[in-house]
Design a protein around this ligand. Structure first.
Ligand code: FES
Length: 108
């Protein structure tokens, strides 16, 4: 279990306990955090789970996005930033406790 803080485009902040091995996308969807849709259920097919990893966490995440993730990010509706990730591809691990992600204004 680790805490993930989701910060919406309006500045609203929600902190959720996300179980180890679960994705940051599911943590949001299961707890009805607005701003992450996760339409494909984490199958790397929709890009509606786009988020911006907080600058302070960008390097701590370690693993960079895969080629498939990078390609799909290109179809995200919101602007891409260097810290853009698909939240379904960020899997909670103990080292990620306290992770902060920012959400785009819209996923469509
Ligand atoms: S939930 Fe569809 S790509 Fe992440």
């Amino acid at each position: 279990m680790g805490k993930v803080t989701y910060i919406g485009a309006d500045g609203a902040s929600t902190t959720i306990d996300v179980p180890e091995g679960e994705s940051v996308m599911r943590g949001a969807v299961y707890n009805e955090v607005e701003g992450i849709v996760g339409e494909c259920g984490g199958g790397l097919a929709c890009a509606t789970c786009h988020c911006y990893v907080d600058e302070a966490w960008a390097e701590q995440l370690g693993t960079p996005p895969s080629k498939d993730e990078r390609e799909l990010l290109e179809s995200a509706s919101a602007e891409l930033r260097p810290t853009s990730r698909l939240s379904c591809q960020i899997i909670m691990a103990p080292a990620f406790d306290g992770l902060i992600v920012h959400l785009p204004a819209s996923q469509y």
